[in-house]
Ligand binder design. Structure first.
Ligand code: ZN
Length: 243
């Protein structure tokens, strides 16, 4: 494994896991104004949070916790039948001030580093493309990161993560168009097939999950409302036989 500069955090479980336990890659943004304070927090024993890797604005990659130890980045989380994803994932924090402080695009240096690091980890631990997720995908009620500006579509072109194969002009025509009741039920099935784990009877839980879906796969509008565009994207993703 390529060696990255260490920036040690004490926040991890003391028991080592097996390589085969590592199944997911989870992306985060730091959500803090300064990179320095974000790093300080991740390395402070009192914060009880950490990650495995930290990608700076410059693109430099720091190793915060070794891969074989469970770092504390995901918290309460679930995806498909897995829950508490810290134990089965590698957490990557990318510095970005986030929604609370003038959320901006991830820069090109960061995107190149995300690509390099993700490729290395996918190979090393045989992580599948559809198990590469954002924090909001696995904790939609609590989290917005890495957010709608995360370059999912671009990463898909490097075979990292998944994306739909629909024409953007066609999709634009479907934006904000209402679905019928029958499609509502089918859309919920699609979301579950993609991997979102939620209670469809709970209106709030469903709304946050739809928002998480939009942040990841339909970043132009995040309103928690299921329209024809969302429906067609979800349908297309389910067709891909990646699951
Ligand atoms: Zn996060």
């Amino acid at each position: 494994m390529t060696k990255f500069k260490n920036f040690y955090s004490p926040n991890f479980d003391q028991i080592k896991r097996r390589n085969s336990n590592i199944k997911y890659l989870i992306y985060h943004y730091t959500g803090m104004k300064s990179e320095k304070s974000a790093l300080k927090r991740l390395c402070d024993a009192r914060s009880k949070v950490s990650c495995h890797y930290f990608i700076k604005k410059s693109g430099e990659i720091l190793q915060i916790v070794p891969d074989r130890y469970i770092s504390w980045h995901a918290g309460k989380s679930c995806w498909k039948k897995d829950n508490m994803l810290n134990k089965s994932s590698i957490g990557i924090e990318i510095h970005n001030s986030g929604h609370s402080f003038n959320y901006t695009k991830f820069n090109n240096n960061q995107i190149v580093s995300i690509k390099i690091l993700s490729n290395l980890l996918m190979k090393q631990y045989r992580i599948k493309r559809h198990n590469i997720l954002g924090h909001s995908d696995i904790s939609p009620d609590r989290k917005k990161d890495p957010g709608e500006k995360f370059p999912w579509q671009k990463l898909n072109s490097y075979k990292i993560g998944i994306w739909h194969s629909l024409d953007s002009r066609l999709l634009q025509k479907l934006r904000n168009r209402k679905i019928i009741k029958n499609q509502y039920k089918i859309f919920i099935k699609f979301l579950k097939k993609i991997g979102f784990n939620f209670n469809a009877q709970n209106k709030n839980n469903l709304k946050y999950t739809v928002k998480a879906f939009q942040r990841h796969f339909r970043p132009q509008i995040i309103n928690g409302k299921i329209d024809m565009e969302c429906f067609e994207i979800a349908k297309n993703l389910c067709k891909k036989r990646l699951y």
